[in-house]
Design a protein around this ligand. Sequence first.
Ligand code: PBG
Length: 321
Amino acid sequence: MATFPVTRLRRLRRTAAMRSLARETRLDVADFVFPLFVGPEAAPNEALPALGRLTVGDLAREGEQLLALGVSAVLLFGIPEAKDGEGSGAWDDDGIVQRALRELRRTSPELVLLTDVCLCEYTSHGHCGVVRDGGVDNDESLELLARTAVSHAEAGADAVCPSDMMDGRVGAIREALDDRGLESTPIVAYSAKYASAFYGPFREAADSAPAFGDRRGYQMDPANVREALRECELDLAEGADVLMVKPALPNLDVIRAVRERLDVPLAAYNVSGEYAMVKAAAARGWLDERTAALECLTAIKRAGADIVVSYWAKDVARWSS
Ligand code: PBG
C-alpha cells in the first residue's frame, strides 16, 4: 500500500460534494421509528418534546404529521388510567394502547404501528412482570405478556415488541399469536436490553419507574457482550423476526457483534437518556443539537443497525429536507 505523500486521504475531504460522494453511511428517515406516549391526559414536555404524552384524540393529527414528514413507523407506549398488581391494563381490549391502535389504524392506515409489550407502565409496583416474594416471577409473567401481545395485534398492531426481558417470552408470544390466527404478526424482540441508567427520562414520561429495587434481576448487565449474543440467538430460535439492542450509544460494539454474527434485521433503540444528554447540553449552549444528534445516529447505523428507534426521528426528517 502506498503511503504519504503518494497517498493523501484529505483529497476526498476537500469539498462538501466530494465528502458526500465518499460517504459510507447515510441516514434515511425510512429507517426510523418514532416512539409515541399515549395517556388519558396530554402532558407536553418542553425540554424533551418527543417525550410528551398525547391523548387518543391527538393521534389523528400526529399520524398525519408523521406521514407528511416521511416518518412511517411509530412505537406505542401507553400510560393507563389505573394500575394494579398484575398490570391488567396492558391486555385490556379497551386499554390505552388498544384504543390508540384502533384510532391510528383508522386515521393513518399507512403508518406502521409497533407496540411495546411490557407490564411496567401498568403494574402498581412498576416492575416488568408479576412480583412474587419480592422478585419478578418469570414463568408467571409469560402468560400475561402473551395476552398483551395478542390484544395489541387484535387491535391493529403491525408488530409487537416485547421489552420485559423475561426468559422465553418470544416463544410464548409466538405461540399465543399463532393460536389466535395471528401468524403474520412479526415480533421485534428487545433481545439485548441492558439495565441502564439511560432510561431515566422515559420512566418519568411513561410513569414506569420500579417502586422498589431495580431491574438488574431481569435486564442485562452492561458489562456483557457474549451474553447479548446468546440472548439474540435464543430469541431467534423462539421466533423473533427482528432483534434489538438497547440502549444504542453505550452498546455500539454489541450492535456490531450482533450484525456480524446474525443475518437478520437489527434494530437499535437510541433511548431517552441519550436524547436528553444532547438536549440538555444544547440548551446550555455546550453543543449544537443537530450536528450532535446526526453524529450519534450515523454512528448507530455505522455500527450495523438497520432500524433506529429515536426521539429525533421527526427531526431527522426535517433536517434532511
Ligand atoms: C419498558 C421500556 C423501557 C424503555 C422502553 N421500554 C424502560 C425500562 O425498561 O425501564 C426505555 C426507553 C427509553 O429510555 O427511551 N420496559
